[in-house]
Write a protein that binds this ligand. Structure first.
Ligand code: SF4
Length: 357
C-alpha cells in the first residue's frame, strides 16, 4: 500500500506527513487495519524499540472546578458521582506515588482540578515534589495543574518538577464547543510557558467527543507544531452527569487508527495511551502497544495491585518490556534539541522567559 510505505519512510526521517495522508489513515478499512498497525509499529520501534514507559497518576485535588469543560466529571455543575477533596498532604501524595514507583512507574503525574494554581498552590505542589523525591529520587515528576501564570512554570522547575502536562484536547475550530471558560490559545500559552521554563512539555488530545476526522488531524498537527515531548491520547469516557454522557463514538478499530495517525505525525514523541483505553480498546489493548511507547499503570495499583499486574502481564505477553530508570525515554536528538532550546532561551532571555526564571 503506497500510503503506508510513504508514512513509514516519513516517520523514520521525522518528516511531517501531509494532512491528506493523516486523514487517509483514519479512513482505512478494517481489512487494512493490521497493515496500518504494522507500519506505525515500525516507526515506534525505530525511536523507542520495544520499551514501554509506565506512568502513575496521583490526584492531588479532585472535583469542585469552576471551569466548564464538557468532557470532565469535575466541571462546574457536574452531577457525576466522583470523589471530591482538596489537596492531599505531601506525605499522603508521596505514599501514593511510592506505590506507583514500586509497581514499575517511571513517572508520577501530579494532577489537580481547577482553572490553574494560585501561588500558594504552587508552594503546596513544591512541597509535595520534595516529599516524593526524598523517597524516590530518580522518579520523573510531571505536574498537571491547569493554566499557568507567568513565573509559575519556572517555580515548578526549580522545585524539581521534570515535566508539565496541559492537553490541547481538540481542534482550535471546535474548542468553543467543549469549553466556554477558557480557549485554545490559553492552553497553547501554558504549554509554551512550560517549555520556556525548561520543563518537558506533555500535551495531548481527547478523542471521541463528536469531532470529525479533520478535527483530529488538526489537533495532532497543532501538537506537532508545539512539539511536546509526550503526547497522551485519551479516549472519552462519557460520564453520566456531564454534557457528553451518551457520546459513545469509538470502537477498538477507530481507537487504533487514531493512535497510528498520532504516531505517524509525532513519530519521535512519547505517544502515551491514556484515559479510556480499557473501555474503548478492550481486548485490542495489546495491539496498541505497537503504536504507543507509554501507558498509565492501572488505577488500583495502590490497593491490591491486581490492575497494575494485569498491565505488566499484558506488556510481557505482547513481547514488550517495561522501561527502566536507567534508560532515557526520548531519542538522543530530542534531548539535544531540548537542551539547545533551553540554552537559547536562557541565553536569549527577553520575551520567552517568565519573569522569575
Ligand atoms: S479545567 Fe480541568 S478539572 Fe476543570 S473542568 Fe476543565 S478539565 Fe475538568
Amino acid at each position: 500500500m503506497d500510503l503506508l510505505t510513504t508514512l513509514v519512510d516519513k516517520g523514520l526521517r521525522r518528516e511531517l506527513p501531509t494532512r491528506d495522508e493523516a486523514l487517509a489513515v483514519l479512513r482505512t478499512s478494517d481489512d487494512e487495519l493490521l497493515d496500518v498497525v504494522a507500519a506505525a509499529g515500525k516507526v515506534r520501534r525505530q525511536w523507542f524499540g520495544r520499551r514501554v514507559k509506565l506512568n502513575y497518576l496521583v490526584n492531588l485535588k479532585s472535583g469542585l472546578c469552576p471551569e466548564d469543560c464538557t468532557y470532565c466529571s469535575q466541571r462546574l455543575g457536574s452531577s457525576a458521582e466522583i470523589l471530591k477533596y482538596t489537596w492531599l498532604k505531601p506525605d499522603e501524595a508521596a505514599q501514593a506515588a511510592g506505590a506507583g514507583v514500586k509497581g514499575g512507574a517511571k513517572r508520577v503525574c501530579l494532577v489537580a482540578s481547577g482553572r490553574g494554581p494560585t501561588d500558594r498552590d504552587v508552594d503546596r505542589v513544591s512541597e509535595t515534589i520534595a516529599a516524593i523525591k526524598e523517597q524516590n529520587e530518580d522518579v520523573e515528576i510531571c505536574a498537571c495543574l491547569g493554566l499557568l501564570k507567568d513565573g509559575q512554570a519556572a517555580r515548578l522547575r526549580e522545585a524539581g518538577a521534570d515535566a508539565y502536562n496541559h492537553n490541547l484536547n481538540t481542534s482550535e475550530a471546535t474548542y468553543g464547543d467543549i469549553c466556554s471558560t477558557h480557549d485554545f490559545s490559553d492552553r497553547v500559552e501554558t504549554v509554551r510557558h512550560a517549555q520556556s521554563a525548561g520543563l518537558s512539555a506533555c500535551s495531548g488530545l481527547i478523542a471521541g467527543m463528536g469531532e470529525t476526522d479533520e478535527d483530529l488531524v488538526d489537533v495532532v498537527f497543532a501538537l506537532r507544531e508545539l512539539d511536546p515531548d509526550s503526547v497522551p491520547v485519551n479516549f472519552l469516557i462519557p460520564m453520566e452527569g456531564t454534557p457528553l454522557a451518551g457520546e459513545w463514538n469509538l470502537n477498538p478499530q477507530r481507537a487504533l487508527r487514531i493512535l497510528a495517525m498520532t504516531r505517524f505525525v509525532c513519530p519521535d514523541s512519547e505517544v502515551r495511551l491514556a484515559g479510556g483505553r480499557e473501555v474503548h480498546l478492550r481486548s485490542m489493548q495489546p495491539l496498541a502497544l505497537h503504536l504507543v511507547n507509554s501507558i498509565f499503570l492501572g488505577d488500583y495499583l495502590t490497593s491490591e495491585g491486581q490492575a497494575g499486574q494485569a498491565d505488566l502481564d499484558m506488556i510481557a505477553d505482547a513481547g514488550f518490556e517495561v522501561e527502566g530508570t536507567d534508560t532515557t525515554t526520548l531519542p538522543g536528538h530530542r534531548r539535544e534539541q531540548e537542551r539547545g532550546q533551553v540554552g537559547v532561551r536562557r541565553r536569549g532571555a527577553g520575551t520567552e522567559l517568565p519573569p522569575n526564571a
